[in-house]
Design a protein around this ligand. Sequence first.
Ligand code: GDP
Ligand code: MG
Length: 792
Amino acid sequence: MKLSELKNGQSAIIVRVSGHGGFRKRIMEMGFVRGQKVSSVLDSPLSDPVKYTVMGYDVSLRRSEASMIEVLPEAEARMQVEAVATVGCDAMCDECSVSDCFRKMRKATRQNQINVALVGNPNSGKTSLFNALSGAREHVGNYSGVTVDATTGHFSYKGYKINITDLPGTYSLSAYSPEEVYVRRHLFDQMPDVIVNSVVASNVERNLYLTTELIDLNQRTVVALNMYDELTASGATLDYESLGAMMGVPMVPTVARNGRGLERLLDTVIEMFEGTNTVARHIHIGYGSVMEEQISLVADALRPCDDLPKQFPVRYWAVKLIEGDSEALSMLSSCSEFELWKASGQKAAALIERRTGKDVEMVISDAKYGFIAGALAETMTEPTRDTNRRTRRIDRLVANKWLGFPIFIFVMWLMFYTTYRLGAYPQEWIEWAFGRVGEWLGGVVPEGWLRSLLVDGIVGGVGSVAVFLPNILILYLFISLMEDSGYMARAAFIMDRLMHRMGLHGKSFIPLLMGFGCNVPAIMATRTIESRSSRLITILITPFMSCSARLPVYILLAGTFFPRYAPLVLVGLYLSGIVVAAVTARLLRLTKFHKDETPFVMELPPYRVPTLVATLKHMWDKCEQYLRKIGTVIMVATIVIWFLGYFPRVDAETLATASDPVAMQQEYSFVGRIGRAIEPVMAPLGLDWRASVALLTSIPAKELVVSTLGVLYGAESEEGLSESLIASGAFTSASALAFMVFILLFFPCVATVAAIRNESGSRGWAWFTILYNTAVAWVVSWVVYLIAGALM
Ligand code: GDP
Ligand code: MG
C-alpha cells in the first residue's frame, strides 16, 4: 500500500521508497527510511500536503510524494510478526518504538524483497543472465529481438527475495521502437529497486550508450559486464573499477553462460538496495554550455511544481521537453502547467539548434559518445587478437553472394529431411507402444461404449498425435541451433534481397522462419521491425509459414500417398506457403500499405558455439509444451470427437443388415451429420465428409486433424491409420494433396488469431486473416486438385 492511502490516524511501517535518486535522498533525510514507523496525522480529508509523524517529528509531504513510499499497515505488520515470533505483540503500544516487539516488527517489515529489472542492448545476454540467476528456461538466441515481453522470475539470495524481470533489448530509451517505449514505461510504472544493465564487455562503446541514459534517470544501477570471456579472449583489457568510478555506476564482470561473477553481481545489487555501495553516485553528463543553459531554464520552471512525476529527475524531464520526446511528454501531460512547459521546451530547442547548428538529439548523442570515448580512453586497451577472424571467415562462405543462398537452401533441406527420416525411428517405437496399450485395453475392457471410448477415442486419437513428438523435437533442434549460433541472422541477411521483392526486408525473415516452429511467438517476434507497415504485413503473412503442428498431417498423408517422395512433398508444401506469403505481401503493399523504405542495420552478431544446456532446455520445453497440449486440448477434443462420432447409435437390427456397419454408424452420428452439411463446400476439392470434419477440428489446434482422422478411421496406430486411409478409398493422391494444401493455408489456429489481434491492435486484421486465409486455402487447393487430378 502507498503511504498516500494511509487513513487519518493510522500507522504503518515503511517498506520502500521509490523514485529517482535525488528525490529518495531528500525523503530519506526527512526520516522516511525503510523499517520506520509512520503515522498519518491529517486533520481534513483531501488536504494537500498531508501531515505525518515519523521518528517523533511532524513532517508534511505532498500526496504525490507520499505515493512514492510503500508502507505496510501496522495491523498487517503485527500479523506478520506474530506469524514468526514466539511472543505475542499484544503488549505493544504506540510509543514503544524501543520495545522488543516493535524491533521485531521492523525487522519483519523490512520486507527484504528486491525488484530487479534487466535492461540492456539486444543480444547482450540479458536472458542468459536471467536464466542463470533465476533458474528459469527462457529462450535465448543469437540475434536481436528474442525477448519481446517482460518475464519475471524469483529466487532467494542471502536472505533476500529477489524478483527479476527480463526486459526486451533496447539501444536507448527514447521513443523510436515499441521496445524502447516499453522498457521506459516499465521503469516508470514498476519502479524497480535496482536496474541491472547488461553490457557486452567486448563491445562497451556502443553498449554504454544505454548506460548513460540510465545515469540520466538516476536510478540505482549496476552494470553487468557480460561476455567477459570474449573480452579476455580478445586480449583487450578494461579497468572496469575506474570506469565504474568515473560513471558512478558499479560494474561487475560476468559470464552468464557459465555463471561466473553472478554472486558478485548479486552482492552489488544488495549493496545498491541497502545504499551501502561506495562507487555509486549520481553524475551529470554535460551537453555543452548552450544546451546546459537551456536545461537549467526549463528545469527551473519545472522544479516548483508538485505534480511532476517523482520517478525520474527534474533534469531528465527538462531534457525530454527540449527533445520533444512524445512518449515522455505524454507522461507529463496530466500536469497542470504542461502546455507551458511544452512551449518552453520548444523554444529552447529552437534556440539550441540555431546556436549550435545541430539538432537537439545530435547534441545529446554527440555529448554522450564523447563522454564514453573519454572514459574508455583512460580505462581500456585495444584487443591484441582478432577474435572476429573466425566469424569473418565463416561469413565469407555463408553470407557469400553466390554461395550463401545455395547453402541456406541446403540447410533447409537438411532440416526437413532429418525431421522426416530420422524422426521415423522413434516414431515407430511410440507407435508400437500405443498399439500394445490399445490391444491390451481391447482385451480387458468388455465390448461396448467404454471400450470404444478408450481404444478408438483416447488411445487412437492421442496416440496418433503423440507419434509426432520426435519429428517436432528435431525441427526445434534445428531452429534452436540456427538461432543460438548466429546463423539465423545470416539467413535474414541472405534473404534480404529476396524480401525486398516482397516489399519487406531481411528483418521480417527471422519471425517468418520462427513461424515454422509456432506462429504465435513468431508473430510476437515481429516487434523488432521498426516500420509499422512492414510489421503488419509480416504479421499477416506469418500464418502461411507452416508451423510444426501442421507437420503431422503432412507426414501422415505424404507418407501414405506419396511414400517415395515424402520429403519432397514436405519441402514443396513449405515452399508453397512461402510463395502464398510472398504474393500476399505484395498484394498488401499494392493495395493497403504504400512503400516504405526505412533504412536499417541488419546486424550480424559474432558466431557463438551454441551451449548444450540452452539447446536441451529449449527442446525439453517444446517437448513439455507438446505433451501438455496432448494431455489437455487434444485429449478433450478427441473425446468430444469420439462422442460425436459414437452417438446417436443406429439400432442393432438395422445395423445387422448393413453391408458396412461401421461406416453406417459413423454417417448416422453427429459427426456424420456435421460432415455431410459441409461436404458440398469441400466436394470440389475431392474431400468427403470425414475430411471436412477433420478440417473443422483443426481450428483449436492443427494437430487435431490427425487425431480426428484417427478416431474417424478407428485406427490405433499411424501405420494402421495409413492402411485404413488407403482402404477406405476416401482419398486419392490428388485429394490428399489438396487436403494438405488446405491445411497449410487454412484458418490459423485460435491462438494465432488471438496473437494477430493483440499485435496488430485491431480486431479487423484478425477477421481479415480468418476470411482471407480460408478463401485462399479453398481456391489454391481447388486448383491443386484439378491439376494433380489431371496429371496423376
Ligand atoms: P538477450 O538478447 O540480451 O536476451 O541475449 P541472450 O541471452 O539471448 O544471449 C545472446 C547470445 O549470447 C546467446 O547466443 C548466448 O548463448 C550468448 N551469451 C550470453 N552470455 C554469454 C557470455 O557470458 N559469454 C559468451 N561467450 N556468450 C554469451
Ligand atoms: Mg532475451
